[in-house]
Design a protein around this ligand. Structure first.
Ligand code: ATP
Ligand code: MG
Length: 311
């Protein structure tokens, strides 16, 4: 397995306090990896250390296998980042801004490359308009275009969907996925769990400067399928009154509250059998509502497990 980013023992001490403490993680080729944590957890500090904007107190960073300490130029060639809000000349067009940026690049950037990147972030239609006419979403995309100009393998974005509306977030997510499919690995931070759930292949939870958990969306989904889940059924009155042995054996915490509502927990796999059992016994089902657990619940569970383990 080759890693596009490897972070080892990363620490940042300010005064007497470690605001980042012994953080380790790796980002694989073509994956979207999330840093998830509440405000003040240390996400921006981690990102600023990786991108070299601030010094590390301790730890190592490798980009495409190159240590940023021994091969700074080589590793920066493979890195594109938007950490603070990207600054643009508002009275110049998006295109003029990119050309200006390209001229300052260490690596020569062709006119073709600029066009390619503009297409990639879907700004072709507006690239010759002045940046002051751009929406926030368009500015974000121009920022990504700028970060991608020199063709890096790794793109780092600190809270890129901040301030975007739901439609803007979805568009942004969709084209980050396109970038990842085309081989660019992405490290992205957010304090919004739902957002990470929709965007990332894997994510790390950062709390008070410490990485407490790494998980893939696949693991999360598998854990989700294995768990007992709560289901609400709306049935006919006679159905709610019926006590069915087969049904009871497949459920836990059965609660017949209200005349037409059955509430119980069961494994996802056994739901079709339960429904069959019920209808075979003449129960009519009008509604079935799974009480779905979101990543947010999982996040709370994981942090709670940690706290309990510490007690
Ligand atoms: N230069 C600094 N001096 C002192 N404390 C700092 C400094 N920079 C960051 N901190 C503190 O370190 C902690 C982590 O800050 P950081 O900005 O990395 O968090 P974050 O996870 O990015 O938060 P947010 O979601 O709000 O962006 C915070 O408690 C912050 O107050
Ligand atoms: Mg931050």
């Amino acid at each position: 397995m080759s890693y596009v980013l490897e972070v080892q023992g990363l620490k940042k001490k300010i005064g007497k306090r470690y605001i980042v403490n012994d953080v380790n993680f790796r980002v694989e080729e073509g994956e979207i990896f999330g840093l998830l944590g509440p405000n003040g957890a240390g996400k921006t500090t981690i990102i600023r250390m990786i991108t070299g904007l601030i010094n590390r107190t301790d730890g190592k960073v490798f980009i495409k296998g190159n240590s940023v300490d021994t091969d700074y130029k080589g590793s920066m060639n493979e890195l594109g980042a938007i950490v603070e809000n990207p600054e643009f000349y508002k009275y110049m067009s998006g295109y003029a801004n990119l050309k200006h940026y390209a001229r300052m690049s260490l690596k020569p950037i062709s006119e073709e490359r600029i066009k390619e990147v503009v297409q990639l972030v879907k700004l072709d239609g507006a690239i010759h308009q002045k940046v002051k006419t751009y929406s926030l979403g368009m500015r974000q995309r121009l920022g990504v275009a700028q970060a991608l100009l020199h063709g890096p393998s790794l793109l780092i974005l600190d809270e890129p969907t901040n301030g975007l509306d739901p439609q803007g977030m979805k568009e942004f997510r969709d084209y980050l996925k396109v970038l990842a499919e085309n081989g660019t690995s992405i490290l992205v931070s957010s304090h919004m769990l739902g957002e990470m759930q929709l965007m990332c292949d894997r994510f790390a939870i950062i709390e008070k400067g410490v990485l407490t958990h790494v998980s893939s969306m696949e693991d999360e989904n598998n854990a989700f399928a294995e768990e007992m889940r709560e289901v609400l059924l709306v049935v006919n009155e006679a159905g709610a009154a019926a006590s069915l042995p087969g049904f009871l054996s497949l459920t836990e915490n059965l609660d017949v509250s209200g005349e037409q509502i059955l509430k119980f927990s069961a494994k996802y796999d056994s739901l079709p059998m339960i429904v069959k059992e019920l209808t075979d016994h003449g129960v009519q089902i009008y509604e079935m509502t799974p009480v779905k657990k979101s990543l947010e619940d999982r996040f709370l569970e994981l942090t709670r497990e940690k706290e309990e383990a510490l007690l």
